[in-house]
Design a protein around this ligand. Structure first.
Ligand SMILES: Nc1nc2c(c(=O)[nH]1)N[C@H]1C(S)=C(S)[C@@H](COP(=O)(O)OP(=O)(O)OC[C@H]3O[C@@H](n4cnc5c(=O)[nH]c(N)nc54)[C@H](O)[C@@H]3O)O[C@H]1N2
Ligand SMILES: Nc1nc2c(c(=O)[nH]1)N[C@H]1C(S)=C(S)[C@@H](COP(=O)(O)OP(=O)(O)OC[C@H]3O[C@@H](n4cnc5c(=O)[nH]c(N)nc54)[C@H](O)[C@@H]3O)O[C@H]1N2
Ligand SMILES: [Mo]
Length: 796
């Protein structure tokens, strides 16, 4: 199936007339030059195709894709060699991809297709040097697609924007630091600066970065967590006293039942496939809860199981799939809990009464809430028939030990915190906490996003943390809370924040409301982007702008004290070392700690912090971290143990740092998530072939899509009702809470196995539809999985 004859008009984004800024000025979609709606993949050449995927996840399809990537990046020689060094016990580098823990260190390879794509993306032989920037103006580059920008390769030296010529031109590191330093020194308040972190940054650089911000005097530390797991952190903290999961891989390997909610594991945490296949092989039950039946919810060929690969032998990765409506998870979980409570009348083993009495608070109110929620409401709000909910409840009842795992399908909603708390409620009912094979297990995103929080990137730091930081580092940290991602955009737009520093990431595209965010960045006095590759955020800049290129994680980091290593923390609180092994992409790159130290010294000339001394030997940073951070005692020794070390998680030991000293049930009412008549709930998500804002191709293999990103997946009945056929162009209009609307035109409709009333499409393109003010009142997270839209056939 293809649509060559119907796809000649490129889709476009418009910011409908109604779009208003907070202060009433019109939004800035037109004329900002960013064609967000055009898709950020390679220019469409071939016609789009849609053929539902019926093969197992991973396996030979993945192997084929890997070899294509190695050829494309010219990394055929280095690639395989580097991959052999990835995720190895302390002699290799940590995969810069996702935060899934390393299962089979040492003897086996624990690698995946997307991790390999990611490493080769960083190791590409292509370079984007000063000649390139001399040839192209920034205005001209704005016309390039995002993938064309990144495809130019690795940045090779620091650059400064020259407004007179509209070119980026080379600048020395010394002058670059002085420009940032001077601008920061001249601010009338340190709160006029914001320091963004994308979740790649290693722990040591993270620690220096937050120290610099706080020594300057601000807690303005927005990070990508504000867009992914803020809800999980807040919910776990409220329920259990610590904002992290409690399980590790051993628990995954021993549990009787796995509940996988709102995560596309085959694409975004592919090494989870190994754990799912292993669980299935030993007879564990696996329940997937997702409006889409994703590839990980079918079967897989484990890529490093050479026999299975050779024999094309797939292993199932599911025993039950439930497809709630978008936002229906809380009702579904409540249904499971209600069924367990009903069972407990006749089945004394349905509840763990002893656990509930000894370790929890709020059970009676929760039980009353479940009893008072009628089945009709649960079915209506979840979109899952009672029989399906009872089947899941039966699995949960029959499992001695259960693990519940989740990602963005749960968190990027208005009621994300309540839903994660409902997950904990369910676990508490059967004492699924503090013992092997049981507990909550959020799947974190970026490879070190969890470590960033642990090491101080938090716009709402605790008093205890600030006290210790102040005491150990001899500074007087600010106490007022800082700005998160959404608040930073608002403050830049208002003119309150005038310096934006991006430590990695691609803020212009990752944040919601693309035109508004771009305008906010443009209103600043200075933008500083510390990056490895050219991206949109370099082109959407302040009055002055710097691009500061840094070493990637695969590269050797030479400092005066020798070759340095950095540490990262995975989704399951394991901290281990990562050592780069490749020659840096350019001799003019600096490490992230060195860049931070350079900025810090220029901004704080009289600082007593030994910035330069820290950078000579990262062990020195770790020694300071050991004194400031809970769980990092004896850091330098423990991080060098073969598998690193696990940060103590009190809730796992049934120590609850909550006000009551117990695990807290929550008894929130169910939200109403049923779309209004004529409207759909639309979720934005990743394709198989992208890393957040980096789009490798326009294909989405496991969803059967080729050559198309400007699409919307819809239920076939919803399409029929609107007179829309496969690949027909449609207009999608979102309505924000304040009534303003945003539209995308000419997206192609794809009939998909998704519940009625639900639709889905790709980030970052669809951020155009996501109003900045539409963030969760519970977590402040943008509601990227639950846009309220209408879809209609585009006018011919
Ligand atoms: N290859 C690759 N790996 C990645 C990334 C990447 O871009 N590429 N990104 C990394 C990052 S930063 C993160 S945070 C993670 C993200 O990992 P995911 O959370 O898997 O990311 P998404 O692609 O946004 O997919 C969300 C999933 O939620 C489902 N979903 C949508 N709405 C709902 C709902 O209401 N309920 C339920 N139950 N499910 C819903 C979608 O169908 C989809 O399967 O992955 C990390 N790993
Ligand atoms: N609509 C919608 N929007 C979303 C989401 C969604 O589901 N829907 N998901 C959100 C989520 S979960 C996240 S995490 C954000 C992602 O937001 P970000 O983390 O801001 O974005 P990335 O695309 O991961 O950043 C890619 C850039 O990082 C730089 N980079 C790569 N490696 C390194 C390195 O080692 N060091 C440094 N300094 N820079 C490096 C490169 O220049 C590259 O261009 O997007 C969010 N936006
Ligand atoms: Mo993320």
């Amino acid at each position: 199936m293809n649509a060559s004859d119907r796809n000649d008009d490129a889709p476009v984004a418009t910011d409908a007339a109604a779009t208003q800024d907070a202060d009433g000025t019109p939004g800035a979609a037109e004329g900002n030059g960013h064609r967000a709606g055009n898709g950020s993949g390679p220019a469409p050449g071939s016609p789009p195709e849609f053929r539902p995927y019926h093969h197992p996840a991973a396996g030979w399809g993945a192997a084929k894709s890997v070899s294509r990537v190695l050829v494309r990046e010219g990394a055929l020689v280095d690639g395989p060699r580097a991959i052999l060094r990835m995720n190895h016990e302390n002699t290799g580098f940590d995969c810069p991809g996702c935060a899934w823990p390393d299962a089979t260190k040492g003897l086996h390879l624990d690698i995946c297709e997307n991790g390999i794509k990611h490493v080769t993306w960083e190791m590409t032989r292509k370079r984007v040097g000063k000649e390139f920037f001399a040839t192209h103006t920034v205005t001209e580059l704005m016309e390039w697609s995002d993938s064309a920008l990144e495809n130019e390769g690795r940045l090779t030296g620091p650059l400064v924007y020259d407004a007179a010529t509209d070119h980026y031109v080379p600048i020395s590191w010394k002058d670059a630091f002085e420009l940032v330093g001077r601008t920061l020194r001249e601010l009338d308040s340190p709160d006029r600066a914001a320091f963004y972190t994308s979740g790649r940054l290693g722990n040591e650089a993270t620690f220096l970065y937050q120290l610099m911000a706080r020594e300057l005097g601000t807690n303005n530390l927005p990070d990508c967590s504000n867009m992914c797991h803020e809800a999980s952190g807040r919910a776990l903290e409220a329920s259990l006293g610590t904002g992290k999961g409690t399980v590790d891989l051993k628990d995954w390997e021993t549990t009787d039942a796995l509940f996988i909610i709102g995560v596309n594991a085959a694409s975004n945490a592919p090494r989870m496939l190994t754990a799912l296949a292993g669980a299935h092989k030993r007879g564990a039950r696996i329940v997937h809860i997702n409006p889409l039946v994703e590839a990980a919810a079918t079967r897989t060929i484990v890529p490093h199981d050479f026999v299975d690969m050779a024999l094309f032998h797939p292993t199932a990765t599911t025993t039950l799939n439930l497809q709630p409506r978008i936002g229906g998870d809380m009702a579904l979980l409540r249904g499971i809990a209600k069924a367990i409570l009903e069972l407990s009348g006749s089945d004394p083993k349905a509840l763990d009464r002893e656990f509930i009495d000894r370790y929890t608070a709020g059970f009676d109110a929760y039980r009353a809430r479940c009893e008072a929620t009628p089945w009709e409401e649960i079915e209506q709000q979840s979109g899952v028939p009672r029989a399906g909910i009872l089947a899941a409840a039966r699995t949960y009842r029959d499992a001695d030990r259960s693990v519940v795992s989740w990602c963005l399908g749960v968190t990027q909603h208005e009621h994300g915190v309540d839903t994660v708390r409902e997950i904990v409620n369910l676990l508490l009912l059967r004492g699924n906490l503090g013992r092997e094979g049981a507990g909550p297990s959020p799947v974190r995103g970026h490879s070190n996003v969890q470590g960033n929080r642990t090491c101080g990137i938090d716009h709402r730091p605790t008093e205890e943390f600030l006290d210790r930081l102040g005491e150990v580092c001899g500074i007087d940290p600010p106490r007022a809370h800082g700005l998160d991602t959404v608040r930073t955009v608002e403050a830049m737009h208002r003119g309150d924040v005038t310096v934006f520093v991006g430590m990695g990431g691609n803020f212009a595209l990752a944040a919601p409301d693309t035109p508004y965010t771009c305008e906010a960045l443009r209103r600043t006095e200075l933008t500083v982007q510390v990056s490895t590759k050219l991206n949109r955020s370099h082109l959407v800049h302040g009055r002055q702008a710097l691009i500061l290129p840094c070493l990637g994680r695969t590269e050797k980091d030479h400092q005066r004290g020798g070759v340095q290593s950095t540490s990262v923390e995975d989704s399951m609180s394991m901290v281990h070392l990562s050592v780069g092994m490749k020659r840096p992409a350019s001799p003019h790159l600096l490490s992230e700690p060195a860049i931070i130290a350079g900025i810090a010294r220029a901004a704080l000339p009289d600082s007593a912090t030994p910035w330069e001394w820290y950078v000579e030997d990262y062990d020195r940073i770790r020694d300071t971290m050991a004194k400031v951070l809970d769980g990092f005692e004896d850091f330098n020794r423990r991080v060098r143990l073969p598998l690193g070390f696990r940060i103590r998680q009190p809730a796992r030991e049934l120590v609850f740092l909550t006000p009551s000293g117990r695990a807290e049930f929550s008894a929130a009412p169910l939200p109403d998530v049923v779309p209004a008549p004529g409207t759909l709930a639309l979720g934005t998500m990743r394709s198989h072939d992208q890393w957040n804002t980096t789009v490798y191709s326009d294909d989405d293999r496991y969803r059967g899509i080729k050559n198309l990103r400007t699409l919307v997946f819809m239920n076939a009945d919803d399409m029929r009702e609107r007179g829309v056929g496969e690949f027909d162009p449609v207009d999608i209009t979102s309505t924000a809470r304040d009534g303003s609307t945003r539209s995308l035109h000419g997206y192609l409709a794809v009939p998909y196995d998704i519940p009625r009333g639900c639709a889905a499409g790709y980030m970052p393109e669809m951020n155009v539809l996501c109003a900045l003010a539409d963030y969760s009142t519970q977590s402040d997270q943008p509601i990227m999985k639950h846009l309220k839209v209408t879809v209609e056939r585009s006018a011919a």
